[in-house]
Design a binder for this molecule. Structure first.
Ligand SMILES: [Zn+2]
Length: 317
């Protein structure tokens, strides 16, 4: 039986009463949320234990009430751990109500290589389309964030690990091209294990295709903000996700090309602590800022205000 970390244990010991509660080191803002849920959770634990209502935080191991987690954009109220969030929820959290017009919603992958491993690619596609309700691993469209009309692409890790195949690449490319034609900024929110191996070269060429489209977008002097979420790896990080005018990341996100084990085996060297985390990459200059999910919308609006400020002025002059 684990007496765990409840404050009751400490109080009964008496001599530790001077200690200021059991506050975890939160590091970032929004700390006012920390205390309340903890008390609530401890109290109600005994009464309501129905399955599926609580989720254990993988970072601080606290049981978090699912409803509370949803209301907090899937961020742990105790330690600020950012749980994975679906593309739809994320769009909902950012875009102004009723402004999002989805593009290419029905585009779906074709098994060009007749790929069969443990299971055929076709059967995998069907399985994930059913379980996620998505056609592929990205949702793209035009919508408004604050006053800014923009092109938004959001990846979803729950569809085949957010892998980039021909559909993800094509949808993003069309989105970028449409943004260039309409003179709109782009925000791409990534989460991906990399290229989709079931599509071989068709998958790899999406790296060049998306970057090519972004080059034209940049030539038109339009801003592109790349947001990296946990995890953004391999072919996605090595293409469109890595070349934003501004590159943001969520706290604790794993970001890299090859995984740490591969690098360790190849270099035969001990990896530094925190290797490939957003915090490590910020310190080493690969990304520009770490933005928590709760602040993401307001921060994006601030950045867009800044990035589009001198666009409007010459036009008016
Ligand atoms: Zn936590």
């Amino acid at each position: 039986m684990s007496m765990a970390t409840t404050s009751f244990t400490k109080k009964s010991l008496g001599h530790e009463t001077a200690e200021p509660a059991v506050t975890p080191p939160p590091a970032s803002g929004g700390t006012t949320f920390v205390k309340k849920p903890k008390l609530g959770a401890a109290k109600s634990k005994k009464r309501e234990i129905p399955e599926g209502l609580w989720t254990k935080c993988p970072k601080c191991t606290t049981m978090v009430f699912d409803k509370e987690l949803d209301e907090n954009l899937k961020v742990c109220t105790h330690c600020q751990y950012h749980f994975p969030i679906g593309a739809r929820e994320r769009i909902h959290s950012l875009v102004e109500t009723c402004t999002f017009e989805q593009m290419d919603a029905d585009m779906s992958s074709v098994d060009v290589l007749n790929f069969t491993g443990a299971a055929s690619y076709t059967s995998k596609l069907e399985k994930y389309q059913q379980s996620t309700g998505l056609k592929d691993a990205v949702i793209t469209g035009i919508g408004k964030i604050g006053e800014h009309r923009l092109a938004l692409g959001v990846m979803d890790f729950s569809f085949l690990g957010g892998s980039m195949g021909s559909v993800v690449g094509e949808k993003l490319t069309r989105l970028i091209e449409s943004a260039t034609a309409k003179g709109l900024p782009i925000i791409l929110i990534s989460t991906s294990g990399g290229a989709r191996m079931y599509e071989g070269m068709f998958s790899l060429m999406q790296m060049a295709k998306t970057c090519g489209a972004l080059a034209y977008h940049a030539q038109a002097r339009l801003p592109y903000i790349s947001v990296l979420t946990d995890p953004t790896m391999a072919g996605v990080m090595a293409s469109f996700a890595g070349i934003g005018d501004l590159i943001l990341a969520e706290p604790g996100a794993m970001i890299g090309f090859a995984g740490p084990r591969v690098i360790k085996d190849t270099t035969q060297a001990e990896l530094p602590p925190g290797f490939q985390t957003a915090e490590f990459l910020l310190e080493h200059g690969l990304i520009d800022a770490i933005v928590s999910r709760k602040d993401m919308k307001t921060q994006l609006i601030d950045y867009l205000n800044y990035l589009t400020a001198n666009q409007k002025q010459p036009a008016a002059a």
